[in-house]
Ligand binder design. Structure first.
Ligand code: DQA
Length: 146
């Protein structure tokens, strides 16, 4: 199974960025964590991070026919982007939303997720482990179908 992991704006600044909320590990550590989880789940993985909404939309569109599932942390675009929601709906691949922090316990504006409306599951507040849960969810789902 091939999984595309998408990370939105400012996640490249992990470690530097509000460590009390997002932790002290950097983005390279997150990538290494995701690769390890994918290997354990027996999945191939591509990881893409962008600070640009359109680049994330392009990547979702290009996933059609290439990937079997998407794990997405749209970061701030979670709460604003109908374009990302529409792209996820358009390709209709199984998608799982991840947030490092527990968005429900933060500011009210973080409690609306557009992307989440096109996702089968959301893992929030688990730190890096949310990505692992998402990858294993997609792997299990694909194994159940086989
Ligand atoms: C985030 C939560 C978002 O509200 C925020 O804008 C982010 C990161 C998270 O992983 O907890 O950039 O998606």
């Amino acid at each position: 199974m091939k999984i595309l992991v998408l990370n939105g704006p400012n996640l490249n600044l992990l470690g530097l960025r509000e460590p009390a909320i997002y932790g002290s590990q950097n983005y390279a550590a997150l990538e290494a964590y995701i690769r390890q989880a994918a290997e354990e789940a027996g999945c191939q993985v591509e990881i893409f991070q962008s600070n640009h909404e359109g680049a994330l939309v392009d990547k979702i569109q290009a996933a059609y026919g290439v990937f079997d599932g998407i794990v997405i942390n749209p970061a701030a675009y979670t709460h604003t982007s109908v374009a990302i929601l529409d792209a996820l709906k358009a390709v209709s691949l199984p998608a799982v939303e991840v947030h490092l922090s527990d968005v429900d316990a933060r500011e009210p504006f973080r409690q609306l997720s557009y992307a989440g409306m096109a996702c089968e599951k959301t893992y929030k507040g688990l730190g890096f482990a949310g990505y692992r849960e998402a990858i294993f969810y997609l792997a299990r789902k694909s194994a159940d179908k086989a």
